[in-house]
Ligand binder design. Structure first.
Ligand code: ASP
Length: 351
């Protein structure tokens, strides 16, 4: 115990006393927990507690980052990302907008668990109103594991954040030396180090040996022009996701509607399809004023309007190329502005 306190103290002092270089960009690290801050009992075993280590200890593990940026840290939350809440998203969005508004930093790096990183990245992509760079990273192995990937991912994320080429690209996810658009990225592996991919678009670039290279741009960046804003305690409307599978019964749709959902995202099969039982339950939900968005459980592709399903007649909209969990984020934010179906559909084609 004494050792841990001493280590934390040394880490804290060393992080805060390191000389600031006025020529380097200022990068603020916002820590939320996750495996990158995970501590286990044995270096050779996978079991650990996510979010156990504070930001100062994460930074102390990568002293090299102070050569590329003036780095300061703030603890926003200490949770495994399975426990991320809308309240934490709001806290992040509000704080990041404030950091840029008050010119407290040039760029932000968020350390975050990997499980829901893709939802946080898209939420912030839509609600941060500045062109300044925001990069999210995490790790698959805890800080105490053999060959932990957290320090390298954090170093790379700061390298990406400090690079002027990253500006204006919306929220980025930097993981395992690849840079992804926070809108398109998704977690593709339960345990492998190469845990992320953007199935429809591929990565935007890479960071290797301290060099940042981009080879594509996203055409859907919003930042300064975003119509979506949140405050602390914005009370986002309830939107649920219902999975479709062979011979599914509509009970979860009905349950969600009677539980007060204002929106439903259906993780449909194939091109966002569902069976007759879902069709009837969805038709009833739409008649009650619930906005129903067809997404797909397929790993890539777009959900196409009026293909096998007559959306006009059923009253549904489509998620375009957003997966169900990202479609839920957009539908919640969209419903804060409007309940007009045509406008909501426009959001899905635009953002
Ligand atoms: N369950 C962890 C989390 O999302 C996994 C990770 O960080 O990789 O926080």
């Amino acid at each position: 115990m004494k050792k841990i306190i001493l280590f934390s103290l040394i880490a804290f002092v060393s992080v805060h006393l390191l000389a600031q270089d006025a020529n380097l960009p200022r990068v603020k690290i916002l820590a939320t927990g996750g495996t990158i801050a995970g501590a286990g009992n044995a270096a050779d075993r996978a079991g650990y507690k996510a979010g156990a280590l504070p930001i100062d200890e994460l930074l102390a593990a990568v002293p090299q980052i102070h050569k590329i940026a003036n780095v300061t840290g703030e603890q926003i939350a200490s949770v495994g990302s399975q426990d991320i809440t809308i309240a934490i998203w709001e806290k992040l969005a509000v704080r990041i907008n404030e950091i840029f508004e008050k010119n407290e930093a040039d760029a932000v790096v968020i350390t975050h668990g990997t499980d829901t990183q893709e939802e946080t990245s898209y939420f912030l992509d839509l609600t941060v109103h500045y062109k300044n760079t925001v990069v999210i990273t995490g790790s698959m192995r805890p800080a105490t594991g053999i060959s932990a990937d957290g320090p390298k991912n954090l170093y790379d994320a700061v390298t990406v954040a400090a690079n002027p080429l990253s500006r204006g690209r919306g929220v980025l996810v930097c993981f395992n030396e690849s840079i992804y658009d926070g809108r398109d990225v998704t977690k593709i592996s339960t345990t492998k180090l190469n845990a992320f991919a953007s199935p429809n678009t591929g990565p935007l670039g890479q960071v290797y040996d301290g060099k940042v290279e981009y080879y594509s741009i996203s055409i859907r960046e919003v930042n300064v022009g975003s119509p979506f804003s949140v405050k602390l305690d914005s009370r986002l409307p309830k939107v649920d996701i219902v999975y479709m599978y062979a011979d599914a019964s509509p009970s979860l749709i009905n349950c969600s509607v009677s539980d007060g959902a204002k929106g439903l995202v259906i993780a449909g099969v194939g091109n966002g399809n569902f069976n007759k039982a879902y069709m009837d339950a969805i038709s009833a939900a739409v008649k009650k004023g619930v906005i129903v968005c067809r997404a797909a459980r397929s790993v890539s592709g777009r959900v196409v309007l009026e293909d096998e399903i007559n959306d006009k007649e059923l009253g549904t909209i489509v998620s375009d190329d957003l997966n169900p969990q990202k479609a839920r984020v957009l539908l919640m934010l969209g419903l804060m502005n409007t309940s007009d179906k045509a406008k909501l559909q426009e959001y899905f084609f635009k953002y």
